[in-house]
Design a binder for this molecule. Structure first.
Ligand SMILES: Nc1nc2c([nH]c(=O)n2[C@@H]2O[C@H](COP(=O)(O)OP(=O)(O)OP(=O)(O)O)[C@@H](O)[C@H]2O)c(=O)[nH]1
Length: 326
């Protein structure tokens, strides 16, 4: 007997969509959705609905072959990000996976135009709205380097210079110096941005959002949770990376609401910097990441060797101090 209860009409099924971020020589494969379909005319990553009985990886390999003629195997795929999005007329779960070093020539087998584009060339407004975090995930590195707590700016700058010339030199650096008042912090950050730039790295300032405007060389701002919780909307312009420190599920939801471009989540494992705090553990970390519509860096108790594990749990990568700052 059909369910005629009024609430039945309100249950909208979410469409599970397998999405492929296919990379070759640093470029990503992008197609244009045909006119007349959902979100038609916009750009997209190859992919499509997961059919009954298929795993998401199988669905993705099938869709990629149908749409582009490329062969991608489930073993090549690594989870990138899951995004739940309500378009009003349709709810989707974009289950995005990344494949690096894809071989072969791609062709638009369904008549769609396709091209390999540099991640920096992707503009949010050319894609369906749900794709924003995928584009962020594609541009962000897999390591986020956080400086130790800098108290003496002169010594801190020297240490930064040294750390950046080390083997584990990371591309994105968060300048953490909570003990400094605002004017000395800004002076330090102006100089640190130059040091990073010379080393081919980019600097994210740490603290309250207003610091970003005072450090023209910075590419973003990272909000500690006690700052993030004071805001109800994105406190910095779109051109800035916005990062938020999160420790649990409600904080993740808040960071998403702010339009964070990435979050750190932890501590994942026990860490000497927070004695007595147990850590989320990999299983809980993975659950939280699976429901986060924002790239997540695992933080706390992690070494460089944990990066593959964090990524296998769907994280963007790892963040931390000890792996690059000694
Ligand atoms: N393939 C793909 N779909 C996306 C992206 N972003 C996004 O919001 N979607 C949405 O995900 C849904 C999946 O769409 P699809 O039409 O490609 O799936 P499909 O090939 O199985 O479709 P069909 O069998 O109905 O023709 C659409 O509602 C689409 O708007 C994206 O980057 N790639």
């Amino acid at each position: 007997m059909p369910n005629t209860a009024p609430e039945a009409a309100l249950i909208v099924k979410t469409v599970h969509v397998a999405v492929g971020v296919l990379l070759r020589a640093g470029r990503v494969l992008i197609a244009r959705r045909p006119e007349g379909v959902h979100q038609g005319g916009l750009l997209e990553f190859p992919g499509g609905k997961v059919e009954p009985g298929e795993t998401v990886q199988q669905a993705l390999c099938r869709e990629v072959a149908e749409e582009t003629g490329l062969t991608v195997t489930p073993e090549q795929l690594q989870p990138l990000i899951n995004i739940r999005h309500d378009y009003g007329d349709k709810r989707v779960l974009l289950d995005a996976w990344i494949a690096r070093d894809v071989q072969g020539e791609a062709e638009g087998r369904e008549g769609q135009s396709i091209q390999w584009l540099a991640p920096e060339a992707l503009r949010d407004e050319d894609f369906p709205a749900a794709n924003r975090p995928i584009i962020r995930a594609l541009r962000l590195p897999d390591q986020l380097a956080i400086t130790g707590d800098i108290r003496d700016p002169e010594a801190g700058l020297q240490k930064l210079h040294l750390a950046l010339s080390g083997a584990a030199s990371p591309p994105l650096v968060v300048l953490r110096a909570p003990a400094l008042e605002s004017p000395p912090y800004v002076a330090l950050a102006l100089e640190a941005a130059r040091v990073c730039d010379r080393a081919g790295a980019a600097l994210v300032v740490h603290g309250e959002p207003g610091v970003f405007d005072r450090v023209p060389g910075a590419c973003g701002v990272h909000l500690p949770w006690h700052q993030a919780e004071r805001y109800t909307e994105r406190p910095v312009p779109d051109r800035a990376w916005l990062g938020v420190s999160c420790h649990n599920e409600p904080q993740l939801r808040h960071a998403e609401k702010l339009g964070a471009d990435y979050v750190t989540l932890g501590n994942v494992l026990p860490t000497p910097s927070h004695p007595g705090r147990e850590g989320l553990g990999w299983a809980r970390f993975g659950e939280l990441v699976a429901h986060a519509a924002v790239p997540v860096y695992g933080l706390g108790g992690l070494a460089l060797a944990h990066r593959p594990k964090a990524q296998a749990e769907g994280a963007q990568g790892i963040a931390g101090i000890s792996f690059w700052w000694s």
